[in-house]
Design a binder for this molecule. Structure first.
Ligand SMILES: [Zn+2]
Length: 355
């Protein structure tokens, strides 16, 4: 794939046909999602006589119909799939890995951390999340009536990720994989999902970038019930690490390919700097819960539950970053609700000894 060819890609894929040949040996598949973000990209890469797959879509009937369209348009059989690679354990990327394995008999390759995340999030029954979900909602200022809605939503998602793959080949950041004529180096990319791995092809300067860098939309950086502290800190560190990588074309999990990789990274850094400011502004004098801040930053009333959950997680991630950089601090009230206060606000100054 030469540079001239790459220049032609963005316009031709903007429209988003279901199956799009980026090159003779490289295909993008747009799979449907039942969310505001209505698609996820999967990729097929020529692998000897067959094709390797990167990311799979949600296991829904439109999702399975899309794969049937892929077999037809490429004139291949499901058994021509040689291996199935998963960038991270989010449902839209992992969801059909087990189903694809059942029709192709191909191994599924995922990082050890993705395998652990899969077991934790998708293997365990939704009921096992009840206590953790209740605690998370209470801490963030949502009343317990949200628990049932959140669990029902999780149950719905879980059904679209099953069956889970049975034969898994674990991979690690730093590993090199030969797929057809290409050599892929695996890179860790934390923050959006701490288990995420990217696939970098050095010779062609191609990067399968998962959800780490997206065009038009910003990847969700959220603190969820089991997320280790400060995912936004890890995300910003990862962007800084990725920025100098020579990338002619980044192939993302959503939307169009990214041609100007360092510029897009700079935009994402600016976006989070602005959002950190907006979140800081939304913390009021008397202290605010995550939910109160989220209500001021996002139009929550117009959101379906899926987006409300993302907005809460995103707000909390920004609050945590502000706390990590000393701009706000957290107080836990006797009911276990987290209240954030701006450091240096009048209320805190009053607590200081008279000068
Ligand atoms: Zn995604």
């Amino acid at each position: 794939m030469d540079a001239e060819h790459l220049q032609e890609i963005p316009e031709s894929v903007q429209e988003g046909p279901t199956v799009h040949r980026l090159a003779d040996d490289l295909v993008r598949v747009r799979m449907p999602l039942p969310f505001a973000l209505d698609h996820v990209n999967g990729y097929l890469i020529r692998d000897g006589a067959g094709w390797a797959v990167i990311d799979t879509g949600l296991n829904t009937s439109p999702g399975r119909a899309t794969w049937a369209q892929v077999w037809e348009m490429l004139a291949i059989a499901p058994t021509d799939i040689t291996r199935i690679l998963v960038t991270h354990a989010h449902p839209d990327h992992l969801g059909m890995a087990g189903w694809l394995q059942s029709v192709s008999h191909a191994p599924v390759l995922m990082s050890i951390r993705t395998q652990e995340a899969m077991a934790r999030i998708w293997e365990a029954p939704v009921e096992s999340w009840r206590a953790e979900t209740e605690l998370y909602l209470r801490r963030n200022g949502l009343d317990p009536t949200w628990t049932e809605r959140v669990l029902a939503h999780m149950a719905d998602l879980r059904s679209q990720v099953h069956p889970l793959p049975q034969t898994i080949l674990p991979v690690r950041p730093g590993d090199v994989l030969e797929i057809g004529r290409r050599r892929f180096r695996l890179l860790a990319a934390e923050g959006h999902a701490d288990d995420q791995v990217l696939f970098y092809e050095e010779r062609e300067r191609l990067l399968w970038v998962g959800d780490q860098v997206l065009l038009e939309i910003t990847p969700n950086i959220g603190t969820w019930p089991a997320t280790p502290p400060d995912p936004l800190g890890r995300y910003l560190a990862s962007l800084q690490e990725l920025a100098p990588l020579p990338v002619a074309l980044a192939l993302p999990g959503h939307r169009a390919p990214v041609l100007r990789f360092p510029e897009r990274i700079a935009e994402l850094q600016t976006h989070h700097a602005h959002r950190l400011e907006a979140v800081w502004q939304a913390v009021d004098e008397a202290g605010s819960t995550t939910y109160q801040v989220a209500q001021r930053v996002f139009p929550l009333e117009s959101y379906p539950i899926h987006q409300v959950r993302f907005a809460i997680a995103e707000t909390l991630a920004h609050l945590e970053r502000l706390a990590a950089t000393g701009r706000i601090h957290r107080e836990d009230d006797p009911q276990g609700v987290w209240r954030f206060h701006r450091v240096g606000s009048r209320r805190n100054l009053r607590a200081l000894p008279d000068l």
